[in-house]
Design a protein around this ligand. Structure first.
Ligand SMILES: [Zn+2]
Ligand SMILES: [Zn+2]
Length: 226
């Protein structure tokens, strides 16, 4: 299957397995990264309503080591408390979006689309620049604010899991609370400089792409900086 403009996953790195679920509600892409030797996995963006995720985790034979939110919006995070309760694992979110999980008073991210989940304290606050070890794999966290203050991308060659920062031929909206078009532009220029072009981009919604395709076709990459 074509790795650009489809849901065709590129073959993973040796020892890695990856499973993709697109939930029927809000069409959020959930990714489960499995490290086969250590029999551990990381769940990226569990979503809001995702029975297939529970079915998969029940049968995959791997312990949940991390539950990672690419950002605090409820369509990506609402299932985190239920997942944590059933499987354990360390809940990781960037510190700038952590209030969305805590349900801090006045944090409007929690009420995004009315999908407020049970408030909880994350186990690990991400800052960007750190790596989450998963057996022999490393999930490298890149802070890419703009869609939300605490948006992250996860570099995991041959993939870049891009959350709502970067999509096929477009980028995330910046008109939600805490969004900033200027910050998103900066984040994307950082991505341009920091990431090998050949990575396959796995976004939070929609079909997959590659960084090379986006550099050539995405108006946010090709538009003149001035
Ligand atoms: Zn979002
Ligand atoms: Zn989203």
């Amino acid at each position: 299957m074509d790795e650009v403009g489809s849901h065709g996953l590129r073959a993973p790195a040796p020892g890695m397995r990856i499973h993709h679920i697109e939930s029927s509600m809000m069409a959020v892409n959930t990714y489960i990264v499995l490290e086969e030797a250590a029999r551990v996995c990381a769940v990226i963006d569990p979503g809001f309503h995702n029975p297939d995720l529970f079915t998969f985790l029940d049968g995959c034979g791997c312990a949940v080591r991390y539950i990672v939110a690419t950002h605090g919006h409820g369509d990506h995070t609402a299932l985190i408390p239920a997942l944590k309760e059933r499987y354990g694992g360390e809940v990781c979110i960037h510190e700038a979006d952590a209030g969305a999980l805590r349900g801090a008073k006045g944090n409007r991210l929690l009420g995004f689309f009315g999908m407020a989940a049970k408030p909880m304290e994350p186990d690990r606050l991400l800052q960007g620049g750190e790596c989450l070890p998963l057996g022999d794999l490393q999930l490298e966290i890149l802070h890419t604010p703009g869609h939300s203050p605490g948006g992250i991308c996860i570099k995991l060659p041959p993939y870049l899991i891009s959350g709502d920062t970067l999509f096929f031929n477009t980028v995330g909206r910046t008109d939600f609370s805490g969004g900033s078009a200027a910050l998103l532009r900066h984040s994307i220029s950082v991505l341009l400089g920091a990431i090998p072009e050949d990575l396959q981009v796995l976004p939070g919604h929609g079909v997959f792409t590659t960084l090379a395709h986006e550099k050539a076709n995405n108006p946010w990459f090709t538009r003149d900086e001035n």
